[in-house]
Structures are given as structure tokens and as C-alpha cells.
Design a protein around this ligand. Structure first.
Ligand code: HEC
Ligand code: HEC
Ligand code: HEC
Ligand code: HEC
Ligand code: HEC
Ligand code: HEC
Ligand code: HEC
Length: 352
């Protein structure tokens, strides 16, 4: 099962790295005539706005309204291609991109010469204001550091390929010529030209389906691994999620879910049991979450335990509590379990 998942992801990754000549990205609007339902919801979703041109975004508007950074040291000015940042002892930077749809936060990324730079100030919706970007060093000592953190070409290519569709890695940096900003249809389903051609040619259903990837056909573990290529996975090979006990790991849903007994002993639980990949998050009070729990933890299923504490109510309130990794960023603990409320309050809301 593991091999199947990894092979499948490798296949998708290959497609993204070097699309076959015959298979091309066509953009989400090309899918809309035949898949209206998916298109209508997905095209307005946070996934689809995870990366945008900075002009007109909440972040962009805020920078220009303010005109200066919170510490007063940087000036912002509108330009046709984005927002120019002035620092008196450093060259100008052009901010072109807003990363993050703005649900919790949005970070500006731009270029300084031929290098990409992640700006030192981000917009946070909790305070509806600018504040230092999460994860950046608290003190800056050089004029360049006033502007932000320079990212090497491999790192920045990863940023664009988790937040966008069709970014390519080249030796000299990311190739963004074919980039569709945001997590669009073909980021999850692969380039769509041959699928559409097959429909137009009147090909058999099996061929129409073969020409497009459907993660819904994968077993649960491979589905989690699929979402985990961006939402992070445990282990040294797959990325940068810290170990399970680190409070920051609450940010990485797949790491928590894979460690929970509901997944390990239940086997069939995946992200898709609780989330529709084409829609935004449902609030935690939505009864569909509880329905998922009681599919396995119900009075008439003898195989798994019942909650002695409460058999009605919203299960996720107690068993998937929220925690904060920074003053402005809150996440949901996906390691479903009996959470020790005293230690979790201390561990999760303390230094982070
Ligand atoms: C001209 C119509 C048409 C267009 C355009 C089109 N599709 Fe489809 N798609 C189909 C048909 C027909 C099927 C088969 C329906 C079925 O599985 O019963 C299908 C099936 C699918 C499936 C399910 C495959 C499976 O294995 O079950 C996915 C995913 C999909 N399309 C994604 C896309 C994406 C993404 C795009 C845009 C890049 C797209 N489609 C464009 C007609 C179209
Ligand atoms: C290409 C990378 C990528 C893949 C693959 C991906 N996601 Fe995401 N996901 C993101 C990013 C980036 C965001 C943040 C969007 C934003 O800026 O608010 C996100 C946000 C979300 C959210 C929060 C949405 C909201 O309303 O705020 C959910 C839920 C989610 N993803 C679930 C999934 C599931 C389930 C899968 C697998 C089927 C998946 N994602 C696959 C990149 C990805
Ligand atoms: C491995 C995939 C991946 C990479 C690489 C990545 N992101 Fe994200 N990013 C996500 C996902 C998934 C989310 C939604 C869940 C979350 O917030 O952690 C997200 C959320 C965000 C948010 C929303 C606020 C927040 O922190 O939740 C911002 C801003 C952001 N990313 C900026 C960036 C920037 C800038 C880079 C590159 C320097 C980057 N990301 C690299 C996957 C990625
Ligand atoms: C974040 C990843 C992601 C994005 C972006 C995405 N999909 Fe999907 N799509 C999925 C997953 C996962 C499934 C399987 C859902 C399931 O089986 O529960 C799926 C299933 C489908 C299906 C099959 C539906 C069925 O009933 O079997 C179609 C058609 C489809 N997607 C079209 C689209 C179109 C069109 C877009 C863009 C407008 C899109 N998808 C964007 C992940 C994604
Ligand atoms: C048993 C149900 C369940 C499963 C399975 C599940 N989630 Fe969630 N998820 C939730 C709930 C509940 C929330 C919080 C909703 C809210 O507060 O609005 C959430 C929130 C999120 C968010 C928003 C940020 C946050 O942490 O609050 C992301 C991103 C996310 N889930 C991704 C995933 C991914 C990826 C998977 C698969 C590895 C997954 N989820 C599996 C129930 C689930
Ligand atoms: C696919 C089936 C399945 C689903 C869905 C599921 N669980 Fe479980 N869960 C299990 C199994 C199996 C175990 C371990 C054996 C047992 O406790 O009976 C378990 C264990 C637990 C435990 C004890 C964990 C521990 O570490 O001691 C809690 C608490 C729990 N589940 C709550 C939930 C909640 C809340 C939900 C919904 C958000 C949920 N489960 C969804 C199958 C599932
Ligand atoms: C008000 C908080 C709360 C709610 C709501 C809640 N639980 Fe629990 N649950 C607990 C606590 C605390 C425990 C630890 C055992 C105890 O003290 O009774 C527990 C234990 C469990 C266990 C493990 C039982 C065992 O014997 O190991 C499961 C499974 C479980 N809950 C599932 C659920 C499900 C499913 C729901 C929703 C229908 C739910 N819980 C709603 C607080 C809650």
C-alpha cells in the first residue's frame, strides 16, 4: 500500500517536473464546462487563492494604505508590476506575490536582483494589520535583512509549487512562465489536455479516466500522502515537518492524523472523510465531523470504544482541540485522541 502511494506521487511529481510533450496544462476554466460543480466551488476557494499577484489583495492594499512599515523604516509605493519597497541603504525590492489567501495571514514575496526575498512584514487577519513574518529572525542587523529573508532557488521553487500550479525548477531558479497562481485543478489532477482530447475524440470511459489522475481512487494512506506533499508528512525524506511532540507540528495535519489510533487501527480514515477538496473548511460545529466519528464509534459497532464522557455533542471540540503556533496563527490538532487539557494548554499556548 505504501509503495503504491509513493509510486503514484512519484508519477505525479514527474509530471509536474517534466510534462510529456503531449500533455499540457490548460487552466481551470477549460474544465468548467464539463465539471461545473467542482469548478464553481473550487475556483472561489482558499486553495485557489493560496497565491495571487499582490495588487488588489488585502495584503497589497494594506501596505499601500500604510505607506510605511510598522517600524517606520521601509516605504511602500505602487508600481505597474507590484509594490516597490524602499530602504535607504539597500536597493529597491519589487514585491509581486501574495502567498496565503489571507484566512489567517498573507506574506509578500518579491525580487531583489535575480534572487527572491520573503518580505519581513506580513498581514494577519486576527489583528487586521501588518506584523513581522512568522519564523523570521527577531532582530535585523543588515539593510538587506530589513527587507526580509533571501530564499535560495530550491526553496522558493517549493514555495511556488505548494501555492501554485505548474512552477518548474531550473538550475537558475524557478521557471514561472507557465505558472497558474493558486492550487488549481491541474495541481491535484495533473495536466488536463489529453483528458479533454480523449472526451472530444469520443474515447472509451476507461481512457477518459486514465488520462486524468483522481486521488479519490487511492487507498486512505496514499490519499493522506497526496495531501501531505503540501500539508507535510513525517520523516526525513518528505520534508520539513518537525517531530510529533513539537508543538509546531499541530500545523501539519497529516503528521497528526497518521499518528492517531483512529487512522492506525481504523485504517480507512483519510482527509477526504472530513474535507471536500474542492471546498473551503466547514466550521468545527458542522455535524458532518461528528458523523464521521460515529461511523466507527457508535453504539452498534462493537469493535471500537465509545466515549464514556459524552455520547452526543461535538466530538472534535474535545478530541481535536485548537492550538496556536504564534500569536496570530491557530491550527487544529489532527492527532485524534484523549487530550490532556492541562498539559496541552501549557505546551501549545506557551512560547509559540
Ligand atoms: C469536454 C468535457 C470535459 C472537460 C473539458 C474536462 N473533463 Fe474531466 N471528465 C469528463 C468526463 C466525460 C469524465 C468521465 C466521467 C465519469 O467518470 O463518469 C471526466 C472525469 C474526470 C475525472 C474523474 C476521473 C476518474 O478517474 O474518475 C476528473 C478528476 C476530471 N475529469 C478532471 C478534469 C479536469 C481537472 C479538467 C480540466 C483540466 C477536466 N476534467 C476537463 C469530461 C470533461
Ligand atoms: C499543491 C499543494 C496542496 C495540496 C496538494 C493540498 N493542499 Fe490544502 N492547502 C494548500 C495551501 C497552500 C493552503 C492554504 C490556503 C490559504 O492560503 O488559505 C491549503 C489549505 C487547505 C485547507 C484550509 C482551507 C480553508 O478553508 O481555509 C484545507 C481543509 C486543506 N487545504 C485540505 C487539503 C486536502 C484534504 C488535500 C488533499 C486532498 C489538500 N489540501 C491538498 C496546499 C495544498
Ligand atoms: C511543502 C509545501 C509548502 C511550502 C514549500 C510553502 N508553503 Fe505556505 N502553506 C502551505 C500549506 C499547506 C498552508 C496551509 C496550512 C498552513 O497554514 O500551514 C500554507 C500556508 C501559508 C500561509 C498562510 C498563513 C499561514 O502561515 O498559515 C502563508 C502566508 C504561506 N503559506 C507562505 C509561504 C511562503 C512565503 C513560502 C515560501 C517561503 C511557503 N509558504 C512555502 C504549504 C507550503
Ligand atoms: C487540492 C486538490 C484538488 C484540487 C485543487 C481539485 N481537485 Fe478535483 N479532486 C480532488 C480529490 C482528492 C478528489 C477525490 C474526491 C473523493 O473521491 O472524495 C477529486 C475528485 C474530482 C472529480 C471526480 C468527482 C467524482 O465525483 O468522482 C472531478 C470531476 C474533479 N475532481 C474535478 C476538479 C476540477 C474541475 C477542479 C478545478 C476546478 C478540481 N477538481 C480541483 C482533489 C482536487
Ligand atoms: C476526523 C475529521 C478530520 C480529518 C480526517 C481531517 N481533518 Fe482537517 N480539520 C478537521 C476539523 C474539525 C478542522 C477545524 C475546522 C474549524 O475549526 O473550522 C480541520 C481543519 C483543517 C485545516 C485548517 C487549519 C487548521 O488546522 O485548523 C487544514 C489545513 C486541514 N484540516 C487539513 C487536513 C488534512 C490535510 C487532512 C488529512 C491529513 C485532514 N485535515 C484530515 C477535521 C478533520
Ligand atoms: C475509521 C474508523 C474511525 C473513525 C472515523 C474515527 N475513529 Fe477514533 N478510533 C478508531 C479506532 C479503531 C481506535 C482505537 C481502538 C479503540 O479505541 O477502540 C480509535 C480510538 C479513538 C480514541 C482513543 C485514542 C487513544 O489514543 O486512546 C478517541 C478519543 C477517538 N478514537 C475519537 C474519535 C473521534 C473524536 C473521531 C472523529 C473526529 C474518531 N475517533 C474517528 C477508529 C475510528
Ligand atoms: C466534553 C468533551 C468530550 C466530548 C464532546 C466528547 N468526548 Fe470523547 N472523551 C472525553 C474524555 C475526557 C475522554 C477520556 C475518558 C473519560 O474520562 O471518560 C474521552 C474518551 C473517548 C474515547 C476513548 C474511550 C476509551 O475508553 O478509551 C473515545 C473513543 C471517544 N471519547 C470518542 C468520542 C466521540 C465519538 C465523541 C462525539 C460523539 C466524543 N468522544 C465526544 C471527552 C469528550
Amino acid at each position: 500500500m505504501i509503495l503504491y502511494g509513493v509510486r503514484w506521487i512519484a508519477k505525479l511529481t514527474m509530471l509536474f517536473a517534466a510534462p510529456l510533450c503531449a500533455v499540457e496544462y490548460v487552466g481551470s476554466t477549460a474544465c468548467s464546462p464539463c465539471h461545473v460543480n467542482e469548478y464553481d466551488r473550487q475556483s472561489t476557494s482558499h486553495h485557489s487563492h493560496a497565491l495571487q499577484r499582490i495588487q488588489g489583495t488585502v495584503l497589497g492594499r494594506r501596505l499601500l494604505q500604510q505607506g510605511r512599515s510598522p517600524d517606520g523604516r521601509l516605504g511602500y509605493e505602487s508600481s505597474p508590476d507590484g509594490i516597490v519597497v524602499h530602504e535607504k541603504d539597500a536597493p529597491d525590492v519589487l514585491l509581486e506575490w501574495a502567498f496565503g489567501a489571507g484566512v489567517q495571514g498573507s506574506t509578500a514575496v518579491g525580487q531583489l536582483g535575480n534572487q527572491f526575498i520573503e518580505h519581513r512584514f506580513s498581514y494577519y487577519s486576527r489583528i487586521q494589520d501588518l506584523a513581522p513574518t512568522f519564523g523570521h529572525p527577531p532582530r535585523v542587523i543588515t539593510p538587506i535583512a530589513e527587507l526580509g529573508v533571501l530564499q535560495d532557488s530550491k526553496t522558493i521553487t517549493r514555495c511556488f509549487s505548494c501555492h501554485g500550479t505548474g512552477a518548474q525548477q531550473t538550475p537558475s531558479g524557478p521557471d514561472l512562465t507557465g505558472l497558474l497562481p493558486g492550487v488549481q485543478c491541474e495541481r491535484c489532477h495533473g495536466p488536463g489536455s489529453s483528458h479533454i482530447q480523449a472526451v472530444r475524440d469520443g474515447a472509451q470511459l476507461a481512457i477518459i479516466r486514465r488520462e486524468i489522475a483522481n486521488p479519490g481512487r487511492l487507498p486512505a494512506l496514499a490519499q493522506i500522502q497526496f495531501c501531505g506533499q503540501c500539508h507535510r508528512l513525517p520523516g526525513p525524506d518528505t520534508g520539513d515537518a518537525p517531530e510529533l511532540e513539537n508543538p509546531v507540528t499541530i500545523r501539519f495535519a497529516p503528521v497528526g492524523l497518521l499518528a492517531s489510533r483512529c487512522f492506525r487501527e481504523g485504517k480507512t480514515l483519510s482527509c477526504l472523510n472530513c474535507h471536500n477538496p474542492h471546498e473551503d473548511l466547514k466550521p468545527r460545529t458542522d455535524l458532518s465531523y461528528t458523523r464521521t466519528c460515529v461511523r466507527c464509534h457508535a453504539a452498534d459497532t462493537q469493535s471500537v470504544k465509545l466515549c464514556r464522557r459524552k455520547q452526543g455533542g461535538i466530538c472534535v471540540t474535545c478530541h481535536m482541540p485548537q492550538g496556536s503556533v504564534s500569536p496570530y496563527l491557530t491550527f487544529t490538532d489532527h492527532r485524534i485522541r484523549v487530550v490532556d487539557s492541562k498539559s496541552s494548554a501549557k505546551g501549545r499556548n506557551g512560547a509559540f
